[in-house]
Design a protein around this ligand. Structure first.
Ligand code: FEO
Ligand code: CA
Ligand code: CA
Length: 628
């Protein structure tokens, strides 16, 4: 990478302290990363000894872990597989009615708009379980719709009528649903006062630097402060003041143009907005999704949306200060000085990792309404020498206005030459120390082609493999343990791979073996015990480069030893995504998304000839002990 040549004085200091490696090959990069002085300081808190493994990388020296379960084998079974001594049961699935007066779902037509509006949506993703007035309330994203499954009764396998389109639209958004546990089993509480469906039609406020700017004004909202709906909510976040953060990811795929010859702006191209949508057909029923008619509507999505689950009548707020990109999750950390720091990834090949730092400090019981409106956004540089630096996105550094930075955040990141990453997915913070992890899921373009903004994607540093098929998890420690610090030290926690098929860098790092291998880490989250849970959204073909890896899965990792152990395997063609715990920590809620996609013959969870349905499972220990 050439970043280092342009670095200012901060990095001149680094150059002296941490000389740039002469070699640039894979082994040298990971060896350099793993042996960094700062990293060893972190490791000294644990008991690990890293030795050079087959890929020149850290291998756990000890087989003794602190997981409390025996690893499950990879499998292609159409079920949820958990270790001996654990059980899993379905809690809620696509189409389950949330109110007693809701019509039962008609599976022959995959539901109607009226049924879907009062039922659990499709493709659940990130989630948080809250305790509100002593009740257990699940808030969960409904990311998107499996078009071919939701429209299986249509020859095109796509929405055809306006009702088909509306039914699909209403399967998106966020669901709030109270849960209760009877005889060990969790079920939804129909008619709970907390139950709520938030959809692409729910009124929402726009706040932060983009609010009121010309960039977000539309014919329906000439003031640029009030919008409708959230969709493609991927992962999530939660704040210490009890709100939920729904993160809008592939919002672009819902826009199309009635004018096939429309000129697409550079800004729209950077976000993947063009003449065709991804098969949802929303412009068929609402003009705002037609970019020829409403060019600014697409500037009103791609944000983090704050939702107060304690008030079912509250208006969700789009927090534009956190930037507009294909948000994965939003990991909220309260810094030592009380400022709110939010770590975020932009899940696209060659896009960036971001950090927001609030101007004001959080105080328990204080006013939190402006904390996520006022602050500074940063994009990350990862240098090859194991150092990193946060680049502020300001009018001075980007020659863009505050509103432009909030709306066209990717372009601001390019202006400061942030490091193009291998699709940043979830970011998560260690519960007991200043240490942040990011899942970089895969990137077939690494070293092959630039990102959509023309930024190069050189092989090296935190993205060390060309055409990266398997992904990696990178972690960093902020300088002085201060989440607002400019600098940090990073290293690679795990390079996923397949050591049964490959012996080069595609075998993965030393903590990957034929027994625990996986590809495409996506959801990552810590439990209270400091175990890092890894969920995958990867290739489930179980052949060639992925032979022996089975269906998508969830693994547990010990950040101190590097040990990784497979805990759960999902059903056929699913993605495992979303993780939260019951208030007593005796239940782990895990999300299963899109079983049976792409024509795979899944009938999870109903079995027989039932329609495959995304849903949430509750995992418990048979001895009733605390699970995380
Ligand atoms: Fe919705 Fe990046 O996963
Ligand atoms: Ca994801
Ligand atoms: Ca993913």
């Amino acid at each position: 990478m050439k970043d280092f040549d342009d670095a200012p004085s901060f990095d001149d200091f680094d150059e002296i302290e941490y000389p740039r490696p002469e070699e640039n090959d894979f082994d040298a990069i990971v060896e350099n990363a793993i042996s960094r002085r700062g990293f060893m300081n972190v490791m000294a808190m644990g008991t690990a000894t890293f030795v050079t493994g087959a890929a020149g990388f850290g291998k756990p020296a000890s087989a003794a872990g602190r997981f409390g379960f025996e690893q499950v084998a990879a499998t292609t079974a159409d079920t949820v597989t958990v270790p001996t001594g654990f059980s899993a049961h379905s809690v809620v699935n696509w189409g389950d009615p949330l109110w007693s007066n809701a019509p039962e779902f008609d599976w022959s037509v995959r539901g109607t708009p009226e049924q879907q509006a009062m039922a659990f949506g499709d493709n659940n993703d990130g989630m948080t379980v809250f305790t509100i007035d002593g009740r257990t309330v699940l808030v969960i994203n409904q990311e998107y719709v499996n078009r071919d499954i939701a429209n299986a009764h249509r020859e095109s396998k796509l929405p055809e009528t306006d009702d088909d389109v509306l039914k699909g639209m209403l399967a998106h958004g966020v669901t709030v649903v109270e849960l209760t546990q009877n005889e060990g089993k969790w079920t939804p509480v129909k008619d709970s006062p907390y139950n709520r469906r938030i959809t692409p039609q729910t009124e929402m406020k726009i706040e932060g630097p983009a609010a009121g700017s010309d960039l977000v004004k539309t014919s329906a909202d000439p003031n640029g402060t009030l919008t409708r709906g959230t969709w493609n909510n991927c992962a999530n976040g939660e704040t210490p003041w009890g709100t939920y953060l729904a993160c809008e990811e592939n919002f672009n795929g819902y826009y199309s143009s009635s004018d096939p010859d429309i000129e697409i702006s550079g800004e729209k191209k950077r976000y993947g907005i063009g003449v065709k949508d991804w098969g949802y057909g929303w412009a068929q029923i609402e003009d705002r999704f037609d970019i020829a008619k409403e060019p600014n509507e697409s500037n009103r999505n791609g944000y983090v949306v704050e939702i107060d689950p304690s008030d079912p009548y509250s208006t969700p707020i789009k927090r534009t200060a956190l930037g507009r990109f294909k948000h994965e999750n939003a990991e909220v950390v309260i810094n030592g000085d009380g400022r709110v720091v939010v770590y975020m990834g932009d899940d696209e090949r060659g896009e960036f990792v971001y950090r927001f730092v609030s101007d004001e400090s959080y105080a328990v019981g204080g006013d939190t309404s402006q904390l996520l409106n006022k602050g500074t956004l940063y994009a990350a540089k990862f240098y090859e020498n194991g150092r990193g630096k946060w680049m502020a996105l300001t009018p001075e550094t980007t020659q863009m206005s505050a509103a432009e930075i909030a709306v066209n955040t990717r372009m601001a990141g390019s202006k400061v030459r942030a490091t193009t990453m291998d699709r940043p997915e979830w970011v998560t913070s260690h519960p007991n120390r200043a240490e942040i992890y990011v899942a970089l899921t895969n990137n077939k373009n690494r070293g092959i082609k630039p990102n959509a903004g023309g930024d190069a994607t050189p092989v090296g540093g935190a993205n060390p493999r060309e055409g990266n098929k398997y992904g990696q998890i990178v972690r960093w420690t902020p300088d002085r343990g201060d989440h607002t610090a400019e600098g940090f030290e990073w290293n690679i926690f795990v390079l996923a791979g397949n050591p049964a098929v490959h012996s080069d860098n595609r075998a993965g790092s030393g903590n990957v073996n034929a027994g625990n291998m996986f590809n495409s880490p996506d959801g990552i989250a810590f439990d209270n015990n400091g175990i890092l849970w890894i969920q995958t959204d990867g290739n489930y073909g179980n052949k060639e480069d992925f032979e022996g890896q089975g269906n998508n899965q969830m693994l547990a990792a010990d950040p101190d030893t590097g040990e990784i152990r497979r805990f759960l395997v999902g059903p056929l063609a699913c993605e495992v995504t979303g993780l939260s715990f019951s208030p007593d920590r005796r239940t782990m809620f895990v999300g299963i998304q899109h079983p049976g996609e792409k024509g795979y013959d899944s009938h999870w969870p109903g079995g027989g000839d039932t329609v495959p349905r995304s849903g949430v499972v509750a995992v418990t220990r048979d001895d009733g002990a605390v699970i995380g």
